[in-house]
Design a protein around this ligand. Structure first.
Ligand SMILES: NC(=O)c1ccc[n+]([C@@H]2O[C@H](COP(=O)([O-])OP(=O)(O)OC[C@H]3O[C@@H](n4cnc5c(N)ncnc54)[C@H](OP(=O)(O)O)[C@@H]3O)[C@@H](O)[C@H]2O)c1
Length: 292
């Protein structure tokens, strides 16, 4: 891919590992100013050094954000706006898939942690940066869902279980939040038509997780991940879709799409197209994010 991103400023959340880090390298190589928005300053600093070295670019920055904390997200958005006067692409890559979670854990904002990180925090961060994205138009928002959602064809938003109050299982909570992201993408894309801000979602396939992401897991789970790895693509290969959605000129106006690892548009779960659910989801999420 040979795009020129010289004057573009791009945020990648969760850029210290896996696909986010690979995307940061590829975007920086193309000349973009890349802001790596990471939860841990220590892990972020290590990754920053690596991204700079591999991209041979000095236009890479590290800023701290914990996407499960609304205070942290608000602080990050304010700090970003104080430092940068434009934002061309916002990539919501970070996600919690901590399989050791057995019971719902509430964040300081009283939101279940997986839903807080993988959906509510993303809605809040977009909300806080939307004025800048509009000023910087044409600009782009990229969200991230999962091919694994195909295993849940009947899944719908569980408005009586957003905080895991009725039932909780980590895998279910993860896919539920990813389904919410798909609906949010479609809804936001509709609402931002005519603003010059596009919104597209990546359907991430099976991507190999680096060894250091598995150390906290029990041995049997690491074995499953190692088996899965044989059928996985690399983070670098999946990151190419992030770059495509962030940079392809033909997508300057293309919005509301769901994209696979071959940069082809695909369909999502049937329930994800229900506009009444989009609206209800928007209302409850904005309330949870404290923006209404
Ligand atoms: N790998 C797959 O097979 C697969 C499949 C479908 C979808 N996906 C999606 O692809 C995206 C990237 O995943 P990956 O495979 O690259 O996994 P990864 O290597 O584990 O990266 C996840 C990133 O998210 C960050 N993160 C987690 N919680 C955070 C929080 N509260 N605040 C800020 N950052 C946080 C992590 O930071 P820390 O270092 O601080 O934990 C890490 O940088 C995610 O959205 C994931 O759901 C992956």
């Amino acid at each position: 891919m040979n795009y020129n991103l010289e004057n573009k400023t791009i945020i990648v959340t969760g850029a210290n590992s896996g696909i986010g880090k690979a995307a940061a390298i590829q975007l920086a190589k193309l000349g973009a100013t890349v802001v790596m928005a990471c939860r841990s300053v220590e892990r972020g600093q290590k990754a920053l050094d690596d991204v700079k070295a591999k991209s041979k670019s000095w236009k890479v920055d590290l800023m701290q954000v914990d996407m499960s904390s609304q205070t942290s997200i608000r602080n990050f958005a304010a700090a970003f706006k104080a430092k940068y006067s434009k934002l061309d692409v916002l990539i919501h890559n970070a996600a919690n898939f901590d399989h050791t979670l057995k019971t719902p854990e509430l964040t300081e904002d009283r939101v279940e942690k997986v839903f807080a990180t993988n959906h509510v925090g993303i809605v809040l961060l977009t909300h806080l940066l939307l004025d800048l994205l509009k000023q910087s138009a044409p600009s782009r928002i990229i969200t991230v869902a999962s091919k694994g959602l195909m295993m849940y064809p009947l899944l719908d938003i569980e408005f009586d279980n957003l905080n895991g109050e009725r039932k909780f299982n980590m895998q279910h909570a993860y896919y539920h939040a990813k389904l919410a992201q798909v609906m949010y993408t479609y809804d936001l894309a509709e609402r931002l038509k005519e603003t010059g801000v596009t919104v597209n979602c990546v359907r991430v396939t099976n991507v190999a997780l680096p060894d250091d992401r598995l150390t906290h897991l029990p041995v049997w789970m690491r074995k499953i991940y190692n088996l899965k790895r044989k059928m996985s693509i690399t983070p670098e290969r999946q990151a190419e879709t992030y770059v495509y959605l962030a940079a392809a000129p033909e997508l300057e106006k293309g919005t509301g799409g769901y994209w696979d690892e071959n940069n082809k548009q695909v369909t999502s779960n049937k329930n994800s197209y229900n506009q009444a659910t989009w609206q209800k989801l928007r209302e409850v999420t904005e309330k949870m994010a404290g923006v209404k």
